[in-house]
Design a protein around this ligand. Structure first.
Ligand code: PAF
Length: 278
């Protein structure tokens, strides 16, 4: 199966066509579809993949219950005229004897990496394999998973991969909640409470228009998140350098305001990028 995909990509490349690639784990929502539309507008051929990658799930995480609905996904992809859908099985991606892992050091250990130790190595490994199979000129990722985009961009740079990483805006529900395949885990009360995340991030980004420090913005962010009774855990929340993902104590021109929280038992992440002008 990867051979068929690989040969198909080679044929397109030989005829001078560019391939835009949207890797996904399925359960497609408007966020994924916006990536496909963007890929279509910038490339001759669009390939999407659906692969729930076991390597990026930790012990006790949701691999077994991760939402899967291939029929619905196919309808959505057909509607957008996606040229190729690549749906490899586990054994195709990780055959017997598979022994290689990509580790993007430092960047993978921060923010979400502190709570999901092997997650980004799992992501980098599968994305590297998918790039080698699909051979895209450009690959499309959502800003919601900001750390993922930083890790993948670093890998592409460090390993001299010939792929442009295109980061696209987060797509939100009408009340601001960032779209995610995992939002289906939220019960009705938790779904309402989950809106606190984007509300807090966006009101903190507005604070940066006036005189404030990263510490003051962080304090406000924590206050707003803790005020929601259904927030059961704040894993991290703060202002970070978007290049290093380290917390900052002085604003830069571009600042990442990011948080990971649990609402009920459901883990949610989100971020906004805020410009600072003296
Ligand atoms: O963002 C995702 O859905 C996954 O992390 C990705 C990039 C498809 C790799 O499995």
């Amino acid at each position: 199966m990867p051979r068929v995909m690989q040969e198909t990509s080679k044929r397109y490349l030989h005829t001078g066509k560019t391939i835009g690639f949207v890797p996904t784990m399925g359960a497609l929502h408007e966020g994924h579809l916006s990536l496909i539309r963007r890929a279509k507008s910038e490339n001759d051929i669009v390939v999407a993949s659906i692969f729930v990658n076991p390597l990026q799930f930790g012990a006790g995480e949701d691999l077994d219950i991760y939402p899967r609905d291939l029929e619905k996904d196919l309808d959505k992809l057909r509607e957008l005229d996606t040229n190729i859908l690549f749906v490899p099985g586990d054994k195709i991606i990780y055959p017997e004897g598979f022994a290689t892992r990509i580790a993007v050091e430092r960047l993978s250990d921060r923010l979400c990496g502190r709570f999901r130790p092997d997650h980004f190595s799992g992501v980098a490994t599968v994305v590297c394999k998918l790039f080698n199979i699909v051979k895209p000129a450009r690959a499309y990722f959502g800003q919601k998973d900001f750390q993922q985009t930083v890790v993948i961009s670093r890998m592409v740079e460090d390993l001299n991969m010939d792929v442009e990483v295109v980061i696209c805006p987060t797509v939100r529900e009408s009340d601001g909640l960032a779209m995610s395949s995992r939002n289906v885990y939220l019960g009705a009360k938790e779904r309402l409470a989950a809106t606190v995340l984007y509300k807090a991030l966006s009101s903190c980004s507005q604070m940066m228009a006036g005189p404030s420090t990263p510490n003051e913005v962080k304090k406000k962010l924590l206050e707003m998140l803790s005020a929601e009774p259904l927030v059961s855990e704040i894993q991290y929340a703060g202002i970070y350098d978007p290049a290093t993902l380290l917390e900052i104590d002085e604003f830069k021109q571009r600042n990442l305001i990011a948080a990971a929280i649990k609402v009920g038992g459901v883990r949610l992440i989100d971020n906004v990028m805020a410009e600072y002008h003296k």
